[in-house]
Design a protein around this ligand. Structure first.
Ligand SMILES: Cc1cc2nc3c(=O)[nH]c(=O)nc-3n(C[C@H](O)[C@H](O)[C@H](O)COP(=O)(O)O)c2cc1C
Length: 173
């Protein structure tokens, strides 16, 4: 699977780091961060290509490259607004617009609290285009006892949505 992961300038970069940490090695990861997000560390063992957000001509910005899915974790309200309006002014927003036009999976993890009507409208518009709107929301039924377990639950739910097999959390039975 070719997966693009974009990390934008919202709170929760740590979740993106762990998303990469737990990722199975057979996933071909393409990583972009906006200027506001710190570059992820400890990538040695991963099958990852790091792209410059200014490089609009990168492979993942073309439909013919064949990205299977894209996730934006965390997704700032700024990037959410741009994606919902079809703005493609950097590699993150361009890649998202390509994934949308190719009708591939796009998962956004918007992080803000509370949400105003503007991002809520942006999310609704994208949801109607089959974009997966999946903010990092804790699930208390998962009986997590530590922050690490709660994070595994959230990341496991993201993997489920993207079609990445995992046993990161205890499933309801
Ligand atoms: C410490 C800090 C925390 C921030 N947290 C959030 C956040 O949780 N959600 C959000 O939408 N924006 C947050 N912002 C604002 C974004 O970083 C800002 O809107 C930026 O322009 C986003 O750019 P990007 O979408 O290109 O990453 C935060 C900014 C700072 C300095």
């Amino acid at each position: 699977m070719k997966l693009t992961l974009a990390i934008t300038g919202a709170s929760g970069t740590n979740l993106a780091k762990k998303f990469i940490e737990y990722l199975p090695k057979d996933i071909e990861l393409h990583l972009i961060t906006t200027n506001h997000a710190k570059i992820v560390e400890h990538l040695e063992e991963k099958n990852v290509t790091i792209h410059n957000n200014k490089n609009i001509g990168a492979s993942i910005a073309s439909g013919s490259f064949g990205v299977d899915a894209m996730a934006v974790i965390p997704c700032s309200m700024n990037t959410l607004a741009k994606i919902s309006c079809g703005i493609a002014d950097n590699l993150v927003t361009r890649s998202a617009s390509v994934v949308l036009k190719e009708q591939k999976k796009l998962l956004l993890a918007p992080r803000e609290m509370p949400f105003s009507a503007i991002p809520l409208e942006n999310m609704l518009k994208l949801s109607r285009l089959n974009v997966i709107i999946s903010p990092p929301v804790m699930g208390y039924y998962s009986q997590s006892e530590t922050i690490e377990e709660m994070e595994r639950f959230i990341i496991g739910k993201w993997y489920d949505s993207l079609g990445i097999k995992n046993d990161l959390y205890k499933r309801w039975s």
